[in-house]
Design a protein around this ligand. Structure first.
Ligand code: ATP
Ligand code: MG
Length: 874
């Protein structure tokens, strides 16, 4: 079976068992403060497990693209070294939301593996949770007995809490799990060592392929467990591992999921891929490097396609680090000194066409971003190598840390380079520096979140903010949060007009007003999974009372203007620049709007002007908002709406239209009732954000009016300063021209003056014991002219010891010039001398032994300084 067929067989199998097949969620997570990337199939269903939203289907299956490079699951350091952990992988999963439980889940997993995929039963091992007395957790006898129906006792193994008890986080849903492992060792090895002893023992031929989690508890902050009202099944099977065992390979990289990439890398590097290489073999490093590239390009490409660009913080930085790891390997072990990784993007895109089309439809863009990042990092690497070369002696921990932190050198690269120079690296010191940095960043982001205090059980929040900005509501739950030492409260209401930050639009602010007159200020509103969370500084005295939730209306109006203008802008850009323009990020707040989009060239002034004209035209047409709330996703897409990559859309979507022929977007944000409300639209900046991504910033309404008024005021002041000429521009041009001409004349005059001074001073030289001493006050307007004079004198007066005193704009200055032979023979040093002389003018300075300058505060000391200089001639 090919990988494609294997994936399809999984989905078909569960579809036949009544499961709805759903699309993979994007790899980049939004609306979950605890998670940056999707790291398991269940992430997109978290709100169902938490009871925050009802399940639309009780049985669901899919293949989810996952990334395990940060947080609780971080496999990055294993990747490439071993043959079965990836950064990005597909997790095949089936779910039951309060529907079937252990009986069906276990029977079906066995049926699929042994009857559909026909895996040999004697190579399969299953596990069950053995219980944990300390935690008061019971042994999962139910699972044990269910397995006994299908599996021989010798292949059913108990597992501890670490491997066989799954928890969403420190708090939340949890329960026992049951894993399925596969032993792919050759028969002779299997005869010698019992596979059961190798399960969960990090053996690369006895690997876990599937995990079935049975969620039956909820853990609260004090650590205690409560039984969940509805029990769920959550399973995850590593697709690449499954393909490998089905294709009879001993490494994931030998399956058809990776071979296309590996072959290409091998061809271009001119090195053969040796799948069986061991760490001591000569071709080990190259084999690891090829695996790293074939793996990392997947993580990088899918994440960029899902809208996350490499950057210097958070999710973007994680991607940048993965990319750098890949570049480092190709540079160090495959001999690619020029960008290479990006060439893998089109191969990958073709491979996933029809599976995850997000990549295929953006492959040029993704490739370009990768190329640009590679190029930039190669430059950094080279700089780092230069820095490394300047280190003398063994490499200290601090130096190794700087190399890794600033130049992206992993510690083993530093070690390798040190070894080549016969130096050692202080590894312990490096680890300490690293640990210190980690502790610093942890302290900076530590957030202590309390348990929810539940006042009313309510499994979904109603958002009323599309229709009104004032709603009578009740608090359903609240909690206390301690972030960076600041106490805050988070409040959830049963209904709310407050828009929670999402889709680039900021959260609403406003007030919660209580019957007794108490007013609680809402400082921000954010989403957490399906919840709308209001941030406040205090709790009301009577939290169970009905309250009126009131959004700050004028702020909201400005936000609506900017959001609707963003849609008009997007549509206008597609007209002016082309349909390749895709949104790559957006920010809409009450001050302005920021729109990032894919486009390979700078947007010219003419294009910007054209875009502005179109948007303002649409504003004046005063087009009414058409808002459709429950449109089936497929219907919307077929009607030609603009959907965004990396956005998770439900089955039903909201469509915002301003003129059917002009702008139609899937959007959850708030908008003006008619475009005329926007008033006026003005672009204020256009810039580059990253390779292939440009940014436009614009303002609307009163903001735009103030901006234009500000500009007009400047012009008015300029005109006044120029005495109100008829043509301001011409008048400024004339002024500049005149200025340039005067500048030239002055320069010439100074030059003439210093030439005259040169001869005059040379004539004044006093011969004192082999030294030609000149100490004079000169009248020259700037430092350049003085320097010029000093150098000219040096050319014509041998054995020169020159001291010049100047005064420009009331500030005294000293210049010392000493002939090189005097510096050597008489041990005279202009730097030392000028510092000593400068004391007379209350100043300081320095320079080289033959030329130095000083400035000071007290011009009356210049004569004393000149006199003092004479002492050095002795
Ligand atoms: P392992 O112990 O091998 O790291 P895990 O216990 O972390 O696996 P789960 O969190 O249970 O794995 O994930 C479910 C399945 O996803 C696993 O059975 C495995 O097949 C697959 N899987 C987990 N991590 C990875 C990874 N980094 N790369 C590829 N597949 C993975
Ligand atoms: Mg793991």
């Amino acid at each position: 079976m090919t990988a494609k067929e294997i994936r399809q067989a999984f989905l078909d199998f569960f579809a036949a068992k009544g499961h709805a097949i759903v699309p993979s969620a994007p790899i980049v997570v939004k609306n979950d403060p605890t998670l940056m990337f999707t790291n398991a199939g269940m992430n997109q269903f978290k709100e169902i497990f938490l009871g925050e939203a009802p399940a639309k289907n009780a049985r669901v299956a899919d293949t989810q693209r996952c990334l395990r490079v940060s947080g609780k699951h971080n496999d990055l350091e294993e990747v490439g070294i071993d043959t079965y952990h990836h950064t990005m992988f597909e997790m095949l999963g089936n779910w039951s939301f309060g529907d079937y439980f252990k009986t069906e889940a276990i029977a079906w997993s066995w049926e699929l593996l042994t009857e559909v995929y026909k895996l040999p039963k004697d190579r399969l091992y299953v596990t069950y949770f053995e219980g944990d007395a300390k935690e008061g957790l019971e042994k999962d006898i139910e699972t044990l007995n269910l397995w006994k129906q299908f599996v021989d006792d010798s292949h059913i193994l108990p597992g501890n809490k670490k491997d066989n008890f799954w928890e969403m986080g420190e708090t939340g849903p949890c329960g026992p799990c049951s894993e399925i492992h596969f032993d792919s060792r050759p028969d002779n090895e299997r005869a010698e060592v019992n596979g059961a002893t190798l399960v969960n023992g990090d053996h690369d031929q006895v690997i876990e392929i599937w995990n079935n989690v049975f969620m039956q508890f909820n853990r609260v902050k004090d650590g205690s467990l409560h039984s969940l009202p509805a029990k769920h099944v959550d399973t995850g099977m590593g697709f690449e591992r499954l393909v490998r065992v089905l294709q009879g390979k001993s490494s994931n990289y030998d399956s058809d999921v990776f071979q296309g990439l590996i072959q290409f890398i091998s061809d271009k590097s001119g090195k053969t891929y040796n799948s069986a290489a061991k760490p001591d073999d000569a071709d080990w490093n190259a084999a690891v490097a090829m695996r790293v590239l074939a793996d990392h390009v997947r993580a990088i490409s899918f994440t960029i396609a899902d809208g996350q660009l490499p950057s210097n913080n958070k999710a973007g930085y994680v991607i940048r680090r993965i990319l750098r790891r890949a570049v480092r390997y190709q540079y160090q072990y495959l001999g690619f000194k020029e960008p290479f990784l990006n060439l893998l993007v089109p191969i990958l895109a073709d491979q996933f066409k029809g599976v995850f089309d997000e990549l295929y439809s953006q492959k040029d863009f993704v490739q370009k971003v990768v190329l640009e990042e590679e190029t930039a990092f190669l430059r950094t690497l080279e700089k780092g190598i230069q820095v490394f070369d300047q280190f003398t002696g063994d490499i200290t921990g601090e130096q190794a840390f700087v190399l890794s932190d600033t130049f992206g050198f992993p510690i083993d690269l530093t070690e390798l380079m040190a070894r080549e120079k016969g130096l050692s690296v202080d590894l312990a010191g490096y680890e300490t520096a690293l640990a210190e940095q980690k502790a610093r960043s942890r302290a900076a982001t530590a957030i202590d979140t309390g348990d929810w205090v539940v006042l009313q059980n309510d499994d979904s929040v109603e958002f009323t903010g599309y229709d009104e900005t004032e709603t009578v509501a009740h608090i359903t739950k609240y909690r206390k949060v301690n972030a960076k030492g600041k106490e805050q409260y988070q409040i959830v209401l049963d209904k709310t007009p407050f828009y929670a930050e999402s889709g680039g639009q900021v959260g609403d602010t406003g007030e919660l007003v209580f019957p007794d007159g108490e007013v609680i200020h809402v400082t921000d509103t954010k989403k957490e999974n399906a919840l709308i969370v209001h941030f406040t500084d205090k709790l009301p005295a009577n939290p169970t009372e009905a309250l009126t939730a009131i959004v700050d209306q004028s702020r909201r109006n400005s936000i609506c203007s900017n959001h609707s203008a963003t849609h008009l802008l997007h549509a206008a850009m597609k007209q002016v620049l082309g349909t390749h323009v895709n949104q790559k990020g957006s920010l809409v707040n009450d001050d302005y709007l920021r729109f990032d989009f894919s486009h390979f060239a700078k947007v010219t002034d003419e294009e910007l002007a054209q875009i502005e004209v179109i948007v303002n035209q649409k504003i004046r047409e005063n087009i009414s908002l058409k808002e459709e709330r429950n449109v089936a996703y497929q219907v919307a897409i077929t009607s030609g709406v603009t959907a965004l990559f990396g956005e998770k859309y439900g089955e039903y979507v909201r469509v915002i239209t301003f003129d059917d022929e002009f702008s139609k977007e899937l959007c959850g944000g708030t908008h003006v009732q008619a475009t005329g409300q926007i008033g006026y639209f003005k672009i204020v900046a256009e810039s580059a954000v990253a390779a292939g991504v440009r940014r436009i910033e614009a303002i609307t309404g009163v903001g735009a009016e103030n901006f234009i008024n500000g500009q007009n005021l400047i012009i008015k002041k300029v005109k006044e300063a120029l005495k109100n000429p008829k043509d301001v521009v011409k008048s400024i041009e004339d002024l500049l021209e005149e200025n340039a001409r005067l500048r030239k004349e002055i320069d010439k005059a100074i030059l003439e003056k210093s030439a005259g001074l040169k001869d005059e001073l040379a004539a004044k030289a006093e011969a004192i014991g082999g030294i030609n001493f000149i100490a004079q006050k000169v009248d020259l307007p700037n430092a350049d002219a003085v320097k010029n004079l000093a150098y000219q004198l040096k050319d014509i007066v041998p054995n020169l010891f020159l001291v010049l005193a100047t005064e420009a704009d009331g500030k005294p200055g000293l210049t010392v010039m000493i002939a090189e032979n005097l510096v050597k023979d008489k041990n005279l040093n202009a730097g030392t001398i000028v510092r000593e002389l400068a004391k007379e003018i209350q100043g300081g300075g320095g320079g080289q032994p033959f030329y130095a300058t000083a400035g000071g505060k007290d011009a009356s000391g210049l004569d004393r300084a000149l006199e003092k200089a004479r002492a050095y001639t002795a």
